[in-house]
Design a protein. Structure first.
Length: 270
């Protein structure tokens, strides 16, 4: 595995030194100051292939910017693009695949060994927490879809959200102070089917409630990832997919790996 960046080598080394195990993960690290022309020229990738002693056509490039995708293709490599800006997929036409986040990378599609950490259709995450009063969404959830989501505001949590991919379906546990702790499956993103302009946080609490509870404090511990948000040819197929997500989350949350987070202190409000 090689790291090839237009940044100067010293900057790359300084940056990766903050992350335990990263330096050791790469057998080759090349900086922009070690080649004549940076990306979009293919030179840096060809130099990486040379140092790895692997044919360029046997290498898979994973990149986030358009010039870098151009460079990878010009080097004769396969390229997976992970755009750093949302809703920019159309700019990455020359890539072999465009994915929403690194959580969607499937090495086995490229003849590489699969990741070992997926379990029953879910990817365990280092748990993260988010909470606030329940707000009104666009009102489509319960009326149009039969899926009543208890939305949270994105205001004040942009830092937290920037640490985790948006345009994604997650699951975990939800705590409501006056009621209890429930299983939960959620989307965070722009709901491609509705092409929303604003990002929303939409947890679906997997329990039959008899009344609305707007304004109540909701706390979430997010423990796993299921898939990227997608567009669908019909409302029925969107609903079917969300029901599939629910079934996956229901089952997964019974596994000890996820079930233990039901006891997370964050869910138990004073
Ligand atoms: C588990 C889950 C998965 C979802 N996946 C998608 C998706 O893939 N694409 C999409 O457009 N919307 C997705 N949604 C969002 C629904 O479209 C959304 O909840 C609906 O627009 C209701 O919006 P409202 O609460 O603002 O009324 C998902 C919602 C949930 C709860």
């Amino acid at each position: 595995m090689a790291l090839a960046s237009n940044s100067p080598k010293a900057d790359i080394e300084a940056k990766i030194s903050y992350h335990e195990g990263w330096k050791e993960s790469f057998s080759v690290v090349i900086g922009g100051d070690e080649v004549m022309t940076g990306k979009p020229s293919p030179e840096i990738f060809l130099e990486a292939a040379n140092r790895l002693k692997i044919e360029p056509s046997n290498l898979l490039v994973i990149e986030d910017s358009v010039p870098s995708v151009t460079a990878g293709k010009a080097a004769g490599m396969e390229v997976v693009a992970v755009p750093s800006l949302p809703k920019q997929t159309h700019l990455y036409n020359s890539a072999d695949e465009v994915i929403n986040s690194l959580l969607d990378l499937r090495p086995e599609k490229w003849g590489l060994p699969p990741f070992q950490d997926w379990i029953e259709g879910t990817l365990p995450l280092e748990p993260w927490h988010i909470g606030g009063p329940i707000i009104h969404g666009f009102g489509r959830g319960s009326k149009l879809l039969g899926i009543p989501t208890a939305n949270l505001s994105t205001e004040g949590c942009s830092d937290l959200l920037s640490e985790h991919p948006s345009g994604a379906v997650y699951f975990g546990w939800a705590g409501l102070s006056a009621r209890g702790i429930y299983k939960m499956v959620m989307s965070i993103g722009w709901n491609p089917y509705f092409d929303d302009k604003e990002k929303t946080i939409e947890p679906w609490l997997l329990h039959k409630f008899d009344e609305d509870f707007y304004g109540e404090e909701l706390r979430l511990v997010i423990v796993g990832y299921i898939r990227s948000e997608a567009n669908f040819p019909s409302l029925e197929s969107l609903i079917a997919k969300i029901h599939e997500d629910r079934d996956i989350a229901e089952r997964a949350l019974d596994l000890p790996l996820y079930a233990k987070h039901r006891d997370d202190q964050y869910l138990k409000m004073p």
